[in-house]
Every structure is written in structure tokens, then in C-alpha cells.
Design a protein around this ligand. Structure first.
Ligand code: 0L1
Ligand code: MG
Length: 202
């Protein structure tokens, strides 16, 4: 780690206030170029602790930058991880107030509900399959706190991987019934198809 506890706490407060007040900020590595991934996740963990201390429940974990296209765009070869809180959830068919957000974008997601804890290292795909309870469709609304979505991987990890809102679809399926690689998604905007993809993209 390169940053001390006081700086981690200051940066967590800085990024979380930007989220809650829907205002953008510059990427934090501009001022702290020496920060490493441990610092970035420590800032994210501090944001999570701040929310939990206020009574928000952490209701899920997210993997970001999972598609090869997006990893290439970012110049990285690993995904990043964050969390979602109860207040970020919206019902299927519900409204999302964009006035509460900075510059939201939509992503199609596969939501996996587990029934047993999973812990690495050495966590085999078989253990993952055995731990899955069921699978649901989901939509994630990301909203980077960084101006014009301009960031690097460490800054985005600190910013809880742009987590903002999410919607879980109502139709659950057993994972054995699905071929996650060929599972398709069609994204429509006002009735017009704007994107199509398959699970294999991630
Ligand atoms: O959930 C995601 O894949 C987004 C991760 C963060 C990168 C971004 O904000 O575009
Ligand atoms: Mg996402």
C-alpha cells in the first residue's frame, strides 16, 4: 500500500460524496499517481463501510469490465470487482431518475444467486456451479463519478466500479438449464433494437 489511512478515508469521502450529490470529479490518480490496487480496493471498502454504517445493506457483488471488448477498450486483461447496495435497486419496469445521476449508461448483466460461500484461491468452476442457486436477468446502470468517464483501472476500482443502480428481472432459471455462452440479450431503446450480444462476450 502506498497511501495512509487518513488519505484512504479522505478519498472515500470524496468519491462517495460525488456519488450521493451526483457531481463529477477528476480521476484520483491525477493527484495520487503512486496509489496501487490495494489502495484502490481499500478506498472502495471504506465507501462500503460508510454506507453500511448509515444503515445501507450490501445486497450483492459485481464484476465489471467482464467483456473482452471493454477490457480491450480499457487496455486491461482482468475484470474488476465492486458491490451494490440496497438503495441502488429498482423494480423491474420501474423508473430511474436520471436527475439523481451524473451520466448514466446501461449494461445487460447476468445475475447469479449463490447458496454457499465461495472462497479462493483454487476455486474451481465445479465449486462455482455447485454453489449457484439460480440465475436471473439483470440490467445495471453504471454512472462513473469521473468526468466524461475518463479514468484508469485503479481510479475506477476506488469508485466502486461505477456502481449506481440495478434492476433484477423476475424470471429465475436453474443454471443447468442454460448455456451461458449462447444466452442471448437484445437491448431495446423505446422499442428499437440498439444492441445484441451473447453470454460468450464476457
Ligand atoms: O460494470 C461494468 O462493467 C463497469 C465497470 C467500470 C467501468 C465503467 O464505468 O465503464
Ligand atoms: Mg456492469
Amino acid at each position: 500500500m502506498q497511501l495512509d489511512k487518513a488519505t484512504i478515508e479522505k478519498l472515500a469521502a470524496h468519491l462517495e460524496s460525488a456519488e450521493l450529490e451526483a457531481r463529477d470529479v477528476l480521476k484520483i490518480t491525477d493527484d495520487y499517481p503512486q496509489m496501487d490496487f490495494e489502495d484502490a480496493y481499500a478506498i472502495q471498502d471504506t465507501i462500503r463501510a460508510r454506507k453500511e454504517a448509515r444503515g445501507n445493506k450490501t445486497v450483492g457483488l459485481k464484476a465489471g469490465l467482464t467483456s473482452f471488448a471493454k477490457m480491450k477498450q480499457m487496455g486491461v486483461d482482468v475484470p474488476c470487482f465492486g458491490f451494490v447496495s440496497d438503495y441502488m435497486s429498482r423494480p423491474d419496469g420501474g423508473d430511474i431518475k436520471t436527475s439523481e445521476l451524473i451520466h448514466p449508461k446501461v449494461e445487460a448483466e447476468i445475475c447469479v444467486v449463490t447458496k454457499a460461500p465461495l472462497k479462493g484461491p483454487g476455486c474451481h468452476v465445479g465449486a462455482v456451479m455447485a454453489a449457484i442457486d439460480f440465475v436471473l436477468p439483470a440490467v445495471e446502470i453504471i454512472d462513473s463519478r469521473y468526468r466524461d468517464f475518463k479514468f484508469d483501472l485503479k481510479s475506477v476500482v476506488a469508485d466502486n466500479t461505477s456502481a449506481s443502480r440495478f434492476v433484477i428481472g423476475g424470471r429465475s432459471r436453474n443454471v443447468e438449464e442454460l448455456d451461458l455462452r449462447t444466452l442471448g440479450v437484445v437491448l431495446e431503446k423505446n422499442g428499437q433494437v440498439v444492441a445484441m450480444a451473447a453470454g460468450a462476450a464476457v
